[in-house]
Design a protein around this ligand. Structure first.
Ligand code: 13P
Ligand code: SF4
Length: 387
């Protein structure tokens, strides 16, 4: 049985150590009741088998709060030919009990392109839903909460990218998937943290350039520069979740937990990446834990990841500094229920933008499919030019 050890850092408003407590188990109970749903024998028959998947994080006493919503969502998916794409940062009752496709942003983009469902419900943030819409324009893409944004996506606009391009003519532009469709539309290629180094190398080769513009995450840009040796022009965007991890936190965790294996997401600051044992996208972190079974591990990324990976690695102890993404946590079971029931919040991308954004996403998807690429740790910080 995985042991979740709470080791809270001082993280202001998104602190707190139970991601489910953010919207509240009892809130979910009320939410079910308000929607005329109850934990009846019929619901038990439909949903209780799913409890096995989350029993390591959801106490048995809380299950009756979630089961009616889960049963109703799974029924509506069948009736309406809908699928739920669940990002690795979703709380476990969403990730394991209603998600049809689960993974990192690259895996979810591939699923959006491939699914023949009529409706996609994006259990993730707005840029992910836009990416799905760009790839699957004939499908209805719903997001349970329109406020589920992202500090990186909010840090840059299409107009900013046009100005940068004017300053660096002939230098290819790669934008991180964590951007709006409008920003992707201005770029030559798109990347995720699973393939950022591969896409940057492709852009440098294809444009015969010794520099690549990589927007908008300054830390990801520095981390990619350290991997590739390619000159990077960057922007000053930051992930409000990953920027808070520090080498001091890390040293405290190592001192408190001898033998701890530290895994970091490449949106973390370069000095944190250098001090980690392994680094990569959320999919790469998941693969590392499942394949290597460290005795004790900490994932320097969003808090819910540990809960979700723990299901596949029950013998691993997770040290869990609580660092929640307030945007991801806007997605709740009741929000998903309402989205499907009322066909609400449809994500629309203007066609001219969609076509140009899709070109950038397709350039990424056309690269040879490879395992999520790990970032080598222990490297000195690389200099980048800030646009
Ligand atoms: P991944 O592409 O690794 O899933 O990351 C997305 C994200 O938003 C990380 O904060
Ligand atoms: Fe954006 Fe950071 Fe939240 Fe990921 S964790 S969605 S990068 S704010």
């Amino acid at each position: 049985m995985a042991r979740i050890i709470d080791a809270p850092l001082t993280h202001g408003e998104s602190g707190g150590c139970d991601p489910r407590a953010v919207h509240g188990t009892w809130g979910a109970l009320n939410a079910a009741a308000q929607r005329g749903l109850a934990y009846t024998p019929a619901v038990r028959a439909k949903a209780d088998a799913l409890y096995e998947r989350v029993k390591h994080v959801v106490p048995a006493v809380e299950w009756p709060a979630y089961a009616p919503l889960i049963a109703a969502i799974n029924e509506m998916k069948r009736e309406k030919n809908a699928v739920i794409l669940a990002h690795n940062y979703m709380t476990s009752e969403i990730f394991h009990c209603v998600g049809d496709f689960r993974g990192d942003s690259l895996q979810l983009a591939r699923e959006a392109a491939a699914t023949d469902a009529a409706i996609i419900v994006q259990a993730g943030v707005h840029f992910m839903a836009e990416t799905s819409k760009c790839l699957a324009p004939e499908k209805t893409v719903l997001i349970p909460d329109l406020r589920a944004g992202c500090s990186l996506a909010a840090s840059i606009t299409g107009a900013d990218v046009r100005l940068i391009k004017a300053r660096y003519p002939g230098v290819p532009v790669v934008t991180y998937v964590n951007t709006s469709a409008e920003v992707k539309a201005e770029s030559d290629g798109c990347c995720t943290s699973s393939n950022a180094a591969a896409v940057v190398e492709w852009a440098a080769r294809a444009w015969n350039s010794d520099r690549v513009i990589l927007l908008p995450d300054e830390f990801l840009a520095k981390n990619v520069a350290a991997q590739t040796g390619i000159g990077i022009v960057a922007w000053h965007g930051r992930c409000e979740v990953h920027e808070r991890f520090s080498v001091e936190d890390l040293a405290e965790m190592r001192a408190a937990h001898p033998g701890l294996v530290v895994l970091a997401h490449p949106e973390c600051p370069p000095d944190v990446m250098a001090a980690a044992d392994f680094a990569g996208s959320t999919a790469a972190l998941q693969d590392y834990v499942v394949e290597n079974r460290p005795t004790k591990v900490v994932l320097l990324t969003e808090c819910s990841m540990s809960d979700n990976v723990a299901a596949a690695a029950p013998d691993v102890d997770f040290i869990r500094p609580c660092n929640l993404c307030p945007h991801m946590k806007r997605i709740t079971l009741e929000g998903i229920y309402d989205a499907l029931k009322h066909m609400q919040h449809e994500v629309v991308v203007p066609e001219d933008i969609r076509v140009r954004a899709k070109r950038a996403i397709d350039a990424m998807l056309a690269l040879p499919k490879e395992k999520p690429r790990a970032f080598a740790t222990g490297r000195p910080e690389a200099a980048v030019e800030l646009a």
